[in-house]
Design a protein around this ligand. Structure first.
Ligand code: SF4
Length: 80
């Protein structure tokens, strides 16, 4: 899998707290941004709901949190 298409805009990569933890940032970049980006919690939310729904301190590995946000913000399908 290629690079994440959201690298230029990603709030996680720009977050100052994480920029001060370069080893942690590099580990996540290697695993998600440069490889399995569709497994990234931030990507899942941003691609479905938009950037504004991604919590500022969310880590790419926080899948359960992402699933909860997606569930809470996806309107239930209604039948006419
Ligand atoms: S994989 Fe996740 S953390 Fe990496 S650039 Fe994409 S959205 Fe951001």
């Amino acid at each position: 899998m290629g690079h994440c298409p959201r690298i230029a805009d990603c709030a996680f990569l720009k977050e100052e707290i994480y920029r001060n933890m370069p080893r942690l940032l590099q580990r996540f970049q290697n695993t998600y941004c440069q490889n399995r980006f569709t497994d990234c919690a931030c990507y899942k939310i941003a691609s479905v709901l938009g950037d504004q729904f991604v919590p500022s301190l969310m880590l790419p590995s926080q899948i359960e949190w992402a699933q909860q946000i997606l569930k809470d913000n996806t309107p239930a399908l209604t039948t006419p």
